[in-house]
Ligand binder design. Structure first.
Ligand SMILES: Nc1ncnc2c1ncn2[C@@H]1O[C@H](COP(=O)(O)OP(=O)(O)OP(=O)(O)O)[C@@H](O)[C@H]1O
Length: 308
């Protein structure tokens, strides 16, 4: 049987009587990269914090790296690295000084050597003397990753690690993630980016604290059961308003110069698109992950969404 890095069942969390995570089960094999997705306030951070023992679950049980999330949180913290959503390093210390401080917190032996190796591995050598407060978003994320990997954790829990950083920096960050997984590290990463979800072995989609979909990207798209037609042509953008709200049409979205029109009943969709056939070039396509997530959000009741 595959060994699990995370194996939790029935995780629940309530704050002041309000349940924000309900019955979450996760069985994640070692060595994989999983994406945690869902609207703002859907409970991703709360679940991550329960898994690594930083927050006590209101109900549920399980293990992380083989240790009980309730009774052996200390051991889990030693063996995992948790990168929080907000950059939390000392702005007035240099990159090297921040890493030296973290190395002391972890009580690492041969600290200078470990810090130097981490600087080299993460390509931070040229910036080691730069003050943290002066780093760009991408370099800050790289420093944060360096800090959570310095003690060689077996599991990384990354909470929206690339929020607000540019595409090149995000790509570099993901190269690092894959380098780490090639070395056997397991990674659970929360993200709002579709391209990042597509880099994961599996995704778990949460809304209102409940798991709505899980599996590979292809599984999740298939489970959703959405049928999508793509319209292309000069006038296609003008059709959006005429199509929205028609019986059988659940979503109308712009994708660059194309329009995606989605629903669940192929015949109804074709019937509704009928009068517009000459105004664009229509063809059925596989729904994108974004189409799927928008649909999942709608199913979950977007208006009830919590903004964290
Ligand atoms: N310590 C707390 N006390 C009270 N409510 C909290 C606390 N932490 C989180 N919440 C609430 O729990 C819900 C889930 O929050 P959480 O941060 O886990 O969501 P999230 O999916 O990570 O959101 P985002 O994508 O915005 O980061 C939100 O409604 C949030 O306001």
């Amino acid at each position: 049987m595959t060994e699990c890095a995370i194996d939790v069942k029935g995780l629940c969390k309530s704050f002041s009587g309000r349940q924000v995570v309900s019955n979450v089960d996760i069985s994640m094999p070692k060595g994989e990269v999983w994406g945690f997705l869902g609207p703002n306030g859907s409970g991703k951070t709360t679940t991550i914090r329960m898994i690594c023992g930083l927050l006590e679950a209101s109900a549920g049980e399980g293990t992380c790296l083989g240790y009980d999330i309730r009774k052996e949180a200390r051991k889990i913290k030693e063996l995992s690295g948790y990168m929080t959503q907000h950059f939390s390093f000392w702005q007035d210390l240099s990159v090297r000084e921040n890493l030296q401080f973290v190395a002391r917190l972890y009580n690492l032996s041969a600290r200078q050597k470990v810090v130097q190796k981490t600087l080299d591995e993460l390509g931070l050598g040229d910036r080691q003397d730069q003050l943290c407060g002066k780093l760009s978003g991408g370099w800050k994320q790289r420093l944060a990753l360096a800090a959570v990997t310095m003690h060689k954790p077996q599991l990384l829990l990354l909470d929206e690690p690339t929020a607000g950083v540019d595409p090149q920096a995000r790509r570099d960050f993901w190269d690092e993630i894959h380098r780490l997984t090639n070395e056997g590290v397991t990674v659970l990463v929360s993200t709002h980016y579709m391209d990042e979800a597509e880099r994961c072995d599996q995704i778990v989609y949460l809304a209102h604290g409940k798991v709505l979909a899980r599996g590979t990207v292809d599984d999740v798209i298939a489970q959703c059961g959405l049928i999508t037609f793509q319209g292309k042509g000069e006038n296609v953008r003008r059709l959006a308003d005429a199509l929205k709200g028609r019986d059988g049409i659940e979503h109308v979205a712009y994708f660059g110069t194309a329009l995606h029109v989605s629903g669940r009943d192929r015949d109804k969709l074709k019937c509704q698109l009928g009068p517009f056939m000459d105004e664009a070039d229509w063809q059925e396509i596989a729904p994108s992950l974004e189409d799927t997530f928008i649909d999942l959000m709608k199913q979950a009741g977007v208006d009830k969404r919590e903004h964290g």
